[in-house]
Design a protein around this ligand. Structure first.
Ligand code: ADP
Ligand code: MG
Length: 698
């Protein structure tokens, strides 16, 4: 059979309708698909043992000769076995094959083979069940580094490897997509070599070269695609020009003077807004660095120019808090701030919508509902997404359409995030954004003291709560679950297994048995919006002394009088999330404390918690998190809307990513729309890669 990348898998030896269907589940229909189905791992089968030296209990290769003709026996219907003794100078090995009748013919007495399987010892007898075997000297699957493939039910790794083997000859006819000069400049292997050795590496060096080339390629196309996104915005779109005003006018509204970092970021934003091109900016600043005021400034500029601004918060609680503080700040300057919240009555909602459509609200605050289809704006010029570290490319693309109603140009977009995303990830999630960093905390903050404690200190911890309350302070207690597990209502963290503190029953217990004389509040995500608002408002006003809550207070909530946060089952949380939670205290002038209580027996979990206790550097913490938990936390459900990477490990391939970005920028400088015939294949690959990302190419 002449093999080409287009050869359907149905034409492969060993593939019938059934298997073809299963392969299709993995997205594999032709030879070329197989070649792009990279191994997820490798098994080193290079070491070949003698029968006596082979360690029992492990998968090993043994070189031996069949000492007899295989004996085939039918035990009962559906169970047949073939047995054969093989030997070398050191001893004998007894092989048993279940339901593999062909072995009787395949193994010939007197011929030498490599057997791959697990050696078992039964007394002095050495045995092996269902080994893979190949003629010595004609090996494909033994005596070498073997690929381990991502599989689906009913497909074995051995089958997959043998199919890839069959497809491998057509690697030579795959079109090379990376331009020659890029391959040279970055010392990248040719495609044919890379494909051959990613599947069946000759040795470690060949594997490294193959992986480097293919990973680079992925990151390169990713970078090119992101550059397209960015250039498309910059080149095609015109945005409303928001004139800059004297900054002092805004500063006079503030009860404090901004930090140098805040001022710098304000200037960057003012410059963007007045440029006539759409702003796409990410403001990153650790918890408590004062991002709200920066957003307020941007909204104020818009309002003063006669435009509207919409600020989206991830939760109702946070939206309401922003509404309160922004109204207090901006109302004196004549800016009309409005809240579109789930807690409004239908009638109130209707009224707010009408006001937005007529332009009677300048600064709208709400959750995502704010940019839903049914909300109409009069002259929307700016969208601020607060605490949206997952507000990725796709969401921002969707926004661009928002203002097209009413003949307005696309809005400026400002994304604010306290999750200090490691630089690599920022480059990827926000590769098409400009980044501003608020790298300074307002003066006079004393760092939060953090303690990791065990259950035996629980009573002392409760006494400490009393002490703080007696001094007029307030306390958060955070629980990982909503209801008692295992059948409990699912919280953010899934149904709660037994042993986790569940916020409702725990609050009852605390109120009844521990703090009967204190006023406790209760807050969790699934409460009715009105109840949430009431619970939060009571805490803000200082009426509740202890707020028992799930992680809904994680983002942004600001109660400067709170000086202690206790986190139950702390080992259940990611470090970045704990850091966010800790950021709920230490926002005022009082010395603040964070207590992480845990019953974990894992040394590793304790080490992670101690890392948190030893630093308040959000960036360092997120790097640790990334190491321990992988990028999943940052990427949640692929909400970033970017293509899936097959090989590139976004946490580990930082240097290669930078190289790939450089190469992409260089190429695009020379040939911005990739019209040069040499670069066509690149364009083609980027198109394929970004097939799911909305309108990247128009
Ligand atoms: P975050 O960056 O976490 O969103 P916020 O904007 O909520 O931080 O600000 C945290 C607290 O610090 C708020 O109470 C805010 O009023 C206050 N704040 C912000 N900037 C300053 C500053 N320059 N000086 C003093 N206090 C500030
Ligand atoms: Mg905030």
């Amino acid at each position: 059979m002449a093999m080409s990348p287009d050869t359907p898998l149905l034409e492969f030896a060993g593939v019938g309708e059934q298997r073809a269907k299963k392969l299709e589940k993995l997205g594999l229909t032709c030879a070329g698909d197989l070649l792009a189905h990279y191994p997820r791992d490798y098994e080193d089968r290079r070491q070949i043992y003698t029968i006596r030296e082979a360690p029992p209990g492990q998968r090993v290769c043994i070189s031996a000769m069949a000492a007899e003709h295989p004996r085939r026996a039918r035990i009962r219907k559906g169970l047949e076995l073939v047995q054969v003794k093989v030997v070398d100078q050191t001893g004998a090995l007894h092989l048993t094959f279940f339901n593999q009748g062909y072995v009787e013919q395949a193994l010939r007495a007197g011929e030498e083979y490599i057997f791959f399987g697990t050696v078992e010892e039964q007394g002095r007898r050495r045995t092996m069940v269902n080994p893979i075997f190949e003629h010595l000297g004609k090996q494909s699957f033994t005596g070498r580094i073997m690929p381990i493939y991502p599989l689906t039910a009913g497909l074995s790794n051995h089958l997959m490897a043998s199919l890839v083997r069959q497809a491998l000859p057509c690697a030579a006819s795959l079109p090379e997509t990376l331009p020659q000069h890029i391959r040279q400049d970055h010392r990248l292997a040719a495609l044919e070599f890379a494909v051959n050795h990613i599947h069946f590496p000759q040795d470690e060096q060949a594997l490294d070269l193959a992986r480097r080339r293919l990973t680079f390629e992925e990151l390169f196309y990713l970078s090119v695609g992101l550059s397209f996104l960015r250039h498309r915005r910059e080149a095609v779109c015109l945005a409303c020009t928001i004139p800059t005003r004297p900054r002092e006018e805004f500063l006079s509204l503030l009860p404090f003077s901004p930090t140098a970092a805040q001022l710098r970021v304000m200037d960057e934003i003012a410059l963007d807004l007045s440029s006539g091109r759409p702003m796409n900016r990410l403001v990153q600043g650790d918890v408590g660095s004062g991002k709200t005021v920066v957003a307020a400034y941007a909204g104020w500029l818009c309002a003063k120019a006669g435009y509207q601004c919409a600020l989206m918060a991830p939760t109702e609680v946070l939206a309401e808090q922003h509404f309160r503080s922004l109204s207090a700040l901006l109302a004196p300057a004549g800016v009309r701030v409005g809240l579109l919240s789930g807690s409004l009555t239908p009638k109130e909602k209707k009224q707010i919508r009408a006001q937005l459509a007529r332009g009677e609200i300048d600064f709208a605050v709400g959750t995502h509902a704010l940019i839903s289809q049914s909300v109409e704006f009069h002259r929307l010029a700016l969208i601020v997404a607060d605490e949206q570290h997952r507000f990725g490319v796709a969401q921002r693309s969707a926004l661009a359409g928002k203002s097209e109603t009413g003949g307005m140009p696309p809005p400026h977009v400002l994304v604010m995030s306290a999750t200090p995303i490691p630089r690599t990830l920022a480059l990827i999630i926000y590769g098409d954004l400009d980044i501003s960093i608020i790298n300074e905390l307002p003066p006079g903050r004393t760092p939060v003291e953090t303690y990791v404690v065990r259950e035996d200190k629980r009573q002392r911890m409760y006494q400490f709560v009393r002490k703080q309350v007696a001094q007029g302070r307030q306390v958060y207690i955070i629980c990982p679950a909503v209801e008692d597990g295992p059948e409990g209502e699912s919280s953010w963290d899934g149904p709660s297994p037994a042993g986790l503190k569940a916020v409702k029953t725990y609050t009852e217990h605390l109120q009844r048995d521990v703090f009967p004389d204190l006023t406790l509040g209760l807050l969790y995500g699934k409460m009715k919006p009105k109840e949430k608002e009431a619970a939060m408002a009571a805490f803000v006003r200082g009426e509740t002394q202890v707020l028992v809550s799930t992680t809904v207070v994680e983002v942004g909530v600001d109660v400067p009088n709170a000086s202690l946060i206790i986190i139950e089952n702390a080992d259940r949380f990611g470090l970045s999330q704990l850091h966010q939670l800790r950021g709920r205290v230490g926002r005022g002038k009082h010395q603040s404390y964070c207590v992480l209580i845990t019953a974990t027996r894992s040394a590793e979990a304790m080490t992670r918690l101690r890392t948190l206790a030893s630093t308040t550097d959000g960036f360092r913490i997120s790097e640790e998190d990334l190491k321990a938990r992988g990028p999943g936390d940052f990427f949640g459900n692929r909400q970033h809307g970017l293509p899936q990477m097959k090989l590139a490990d976004l946490a580990g391939d930082m240097i290669l990513l930078q190289e790939a970005q450089q190469a992409a920028n260089q190429l695009l400088t020379q040939d911005p729309s990739l019209t040069d015939p040499d670069n066509r294949p690149v364009l083609q690959r980027v198109r394929e890669m970004f097939a799911d990302t909305p309108d990247i190419f128009n």
